[in-house]
Design a protein around this ligand. Structure first.
Ligand code: NI
Ligand code: MN
Length: 227
C-alpha cells in the first residue's frame, strides 16, 4: 500500500505500510495548507531546494519529530547550522538506501537560495523506489529531455508542477509526462496564489487525450492510494 496526500502547494505526505515521508513542508503562511506544521508527523523529510515555499517548516518539524532530512549536501549544511542533527546528505545522480526503500536525487532545472540568503546547493527532484511502487517527484523544475531517462526507471506515479511562472506550466507538463511515461499523474505547485492558478480539470483532460497516463486531481488534504 502506498498513499500520497497533497498537503497544498508543493507539500506531499507519502505513507507506506511502515514509514511516513514528508516532501517540501510549507504550511506556515501557505494559504493552501491542509495541515499546521505543529501537526505534521513523519519519519523522513525530503527537501528539494532552498526556497521558502519548500523549506519553511522543515527545521521545526525535523527537530520536533526527529525525522531525518534528505536533501542536497549544501542544504544539509545549512540545516545542521539550524540545529537539525539527523541528515541524509545526497547530491544529484546518487541513490540512498534507507529503511523504507531507495531514493534517487534527480536533476531539476531551478534555483535554490535559502530564505536567509545562504547557498542552498542545487535544486533537485526525487525518485522514491518502494518495494512495490516507484514514484517520481519532479519538484520545482523546467521541462528537460533527460526526463526520458528517469522514465526508464518505470514509474507508477509522477508528480509534476503545472503552476507555470516559477516552474513548468501545463503544456510543458504534458511533454514531461510523454517522456516520463508514468501510470498515474498528480499535478503540484499550483492554486496557492493567483499568479500560479491553473485549471486542473483542463490539465487532466489534456493528460487523458495526449498521453497514456491516468491523471488524478486532488484538493489539499486528499490522497491517492496506489495498491
Ligand atoms: Ni522554488
Ligand atoms: Mn516553489
Amino acid at each position: 500500500m502506498l498513499e500520497v496526500t497533497w498537503l497544498g502547494h508543493a507539500s506531499w505526505l507519502i505513507k507506506t505500510d511502515t514509514h511516513t515521508l514528508l516532501l517540501d513542508p510549507f504550511f506556515s503562511d501557505n494559504p493552501a495548507a491542509a495541515i499546521k506544521a505543529a501537526d505534521a508527523k513523519c519519519d523522513f523529510i525530503l527537501v528539494s531546494h532552498g526556497h521558502f515555499d519548500h523549506v519553511t517548516d522543515a527545521v521545526e518539524i525535523a527537530k520536533r519529530t526527529g525525522a531525518a532530512v534528505i536533501s542536497n549536501y549544501d542544504l544539509c549544511d545549512w540545516l545542521a547550522k539550524q540545529g537539525v542533527q539527523n541528515l541524509v546528505r545526497m547530491n544529484l545522480g546518487g541513490w540512498a538506501t534507507l529503511p523504507f526503500g531507495r531514493v534517487k536525487m534527480t536533476n531539476a532545472i531551478h534555483s535554490s537560495m535559502l530564505p536567509d540568503g545562504s547557498y542552498g546547493g542545487t535544486a533537485c527532484g526525487f525518485v522514491l523506489k518502494f518495494p512495490s511502487k516507484t514514484i517520481y517527484f519532479a519538484c520545482d523544475t523546467a521541462l528537460f529531455s533527460d526526463m526520458s531517462l528517469i522514465g526508464k526507471l518505470g514509474l507508477d506515479l509522477a508528480v509534476v508542477p503545472i503552476g507555470d511562472l516559477f516552474t513548468m506550466g501545463p503544456e510543458d507538463a504534458i511533454e514531461a509526462i510523454k517522456l516520463l511515461k508514468p501510470k498515474h499523474v498528480l499535478p503540484t505547485h499550483y492554486n496557492t496564489w493567483p499568479p500560479i492558478n491553473q485549471d486542473a480539470a483542463a490539465f487532466a483532460d489534456l493528460v487523458r487525450t495526449s498521453t497514456d497516463a491516468e491523471p488524478h486531481i486532488l484538493k489539499p488534504g486528499e490522497a491517492l492510494r496506489l495498491e
